[in-house]
Design a protein around this ligand. Structure first.
Ligand code: ZN
Length: 439
């Protein structure tokens, strides 16, 4: 088996790992590299128009038989396997050739499809014609000589998996993104146990938090939110990832305890409705859960999916929030900040930044604007979060438990640091972009 790292090398995200064996080629994750994209574009004002632009600028790598607009007679990739629905792992799917099958978890499929529906259509948001094949833990996927076993892991979005891959003469464990300090460490341990049973030749692990380790779990988040929200007199505004169900459930528990209702954006309500049938998840139902109201953004017309929500759910608007500030937590993503002009938060209100992914440069730029909004309205900000990614000691214990011959750190800005941290357990090798590694 040959491994080529085509993304996620020396950066957080943009994962793309090509495996080749006996003429078959499969890709582990097909993520967008935000750091590369940011070098050239500033969305929405300056955004890529064609896939050639993305290739030409080196934002996405040349991969034979991968792209839908590619001409020529190239053979298609044999499969793409998606570990989870975050864009840094799935963001290039829109560009994929339609005759390449895509495998992802059932929940990830529901999330990808629901988000594609609520986001503006375009070059990077078009899943039309793709065949998404759903798997669960226990599924076995056979692609030519590759035998793939997906096993769930705990991450800040449901439907996250790692992969155990066997091919003649070689085996590999790929973690995807994972953690042990979240609500469901046993899920990650299922993957670790499976990987340890495989005794792989190589392991690919993420290493996001190698410089920003903070030991904090979802229960700590709950405790901190509880203290802040119980002490707050006015409106509580909160920003957290729409697809992070653990965080939403934490907010809902604290909302109930503090006698407040949670108002969520329409997009999030749409996503929750799409996930309602998922047996393995604790999904609050925006139509029936009396802790939830759907916040209607002030605008002239609504899409069909929005109209449907507005018909079925308890709906509140800016005027209601203005009147009942001390009775509400308003989930307020960055792009909804304009709503607070109409709401006019009273003195004593606060803003809680509870996004679980690390800050990047783009978010730093946004942070400046966020601070201007908060300054204008006199709203202090708290930062409460627990990462979706493993901490350094967690990574070391996982690698030791799995016991591969060799480990490759990816999804980190400091692969050499992590390789040195892991040395002694097994051979640890910082990958190089595009170089072929033989197993
Ligand atoms: Zn990631």
């Amino acid at each position: 088996m040959i491994i080529k790292f085509l993304g996620g090398v020396g950066e957080v995200g943009g994962n793309k790992i090509l495996l080749e064996c006996e003429g078959y080629r499969i890709l582990l994750d097909f993520g967008m590299s935000f750091s590369e994209k940011r070098k050239f574009y500033s969305e929405p004002w300056l955004s890529p128009r064609a896939w050639e632009d993305l290739i030409g600028l080196g934002i996405v790598p040349e991969i034979e038989g991968a792209y839908r607009f590619q001409g020529g007679e190239s053979e298609p990739l044999d499969a793409v396997l998606i570990s989870h629905s975050h864009s840094d792992h799935s963001g290039c799917l829109s560009l994929l050739r339609r005759d390449v099958p895509v495998y992802c978890g059932e929940t990830a499929k529901a999330i990808l499809e629901a988000l594609a529906e609520v986001r503006p259509k375009g070059l990077e948001n078009d899943l039309e014609g793709l065949s998404l094949i759903a798997f669960r833990t226990g599924s076995r996927i056979r692609i030519g000589p590759f035998d793939v076993e997906p096993i769930h892991v705990d991450h800040s979005v449901p439907g996250s998996y790692g992969f155990l891959i066997s091919a003649p003469g070689a085996s590999l464990a790929y973690t995807g993104d994972y953690r042990l300090h979240g609500n469901k460490p046993e899920m990650t341990m299922d993957f670790v146990d499976g990987a340890s049973g495989l005794g792989p030749n190589a392991m690919i692990t993420e290493g996001t938090n190698i410089l920003d380790g903070e030991v904090m779990g979802e229960l700590d988040v709950r405790g901190k939110l509880r203290k802040i929200i119980l002490e707050s007199k006015g409106l509580v505004l909160a920003d957290f990832s729409m697809a992070d169900l653990d965080r939403l459930n934490t907010f809902l528990e604290v909302a109930e305890e503090s006698g407040r209702m949670m108002a969520i954006p329409m997009k999030q309500a749409h996503l929750l409705r799409a996930l309602r049938g998922d047996r393995g998840l604790k999904v609050p139902d925006p139509e029936a859960d009396d802790r939830i109201a759907v916040y209607r953004r002030s605008k002239r017309s609504y899409y069909d999916w929005e109209e449907e929500l507005l018909d079925r759910c308890r709906v509140i608007g800016a005027e209601d929030v203005k009147r009942f500030q001390d009775k509400l937590i308003l989930a307020c993503p960055f792009q909804d900040l304009r709503e607070i002009i109409r709401i006019g938060p009273e003195p004593g209100s606060c803003y809680i930044l509870s996004t679980s992914e690390p800050f990047n440069e783009e978010m730093e730029l946004e942070r400046e604007k966020l601070v201007n909004w908060l300054d204008h309205f006199g709203i202090p900000m708290y930062r409460v979060h627990c990462s979706g990614h493993a901490m350094p000691n967690e990574i070391r214990s996982v690698v030791a438990e799995v016991g591969p011959d060799r480990v490759y750190p990816i999804h980190t800005e400091h692969p050499s640091l992590l390789a040195r941290f892991l040395s002694g357990i097994c051979e640890a090798k910082a990958p190089e972009l595009g170089r072929a590694e033989e197993l």
